[in-house]
Ligand binder design. Sequence first.
Ligand code: SF4
Length: 218
Amino acid sequence: MVAVLRSGARRDAVPSDPLRLIFWENIGYLIDDDRRQRLFETFEATVGFNPAAIIAADGAALLAMAKQGGMRPETRVERWRTIARIVMEKCDGDLNAALRALPLVKARALLKTFPVIGDPGADKVLLFSGVAAKPCLESNGLRVLARLGLFAEQASYPASYNAAITVLVNRGQADRQWLMDAYLGLREHGKTLCKRGEPNCVPCPLDTVCGHVAVAAL
Ligand code: SF4
């Protein structure tokens, strides 16, 4: 299944540095990938993903940038400064080194102290930064796996997330490249065909296996 979806994935567009991955999630609010990418590049060129530089950056300049990224720009500026402060205070200025020095459970707990980073976000940072080959999904990919019938949706999102991750653990591969392809391919599939409102099943390459979970193969 992942091989079918792989063509739509844009692995090269995702940062591989943990701090950049956290900023990728925090740079904008409810904006599309292209706009997020442009704002991310503007931030890198003007401030840089350096915690000390972010703390020292001019507030008005940060706010002007945050306004390009959707609603609640003031909250976003505060979150950017919070991210930088956590890295300075808890990681001695180097998040990548701190994560690699910690046991996996503690690395994941550290990541969850950053703004908007919960279990899915922490797992994504661990995987895409190469700290651990840990399965991860975002909401589009989770929806695709549920509609395929690979797990039953649970009463809460965290419970559904855990159930979907169990599918990847049991039926996927413990290989970083495969897991990144799965994350990106499932996300793209959920955004383009298996949409939240109404799935577009006619052109879907998974139509022949969807609903026949007993024979579906990842
Ligand atoms: S066949 Fe339809 S419901 Fe199943 S994965 Fe494709 S778009 Fe989603």
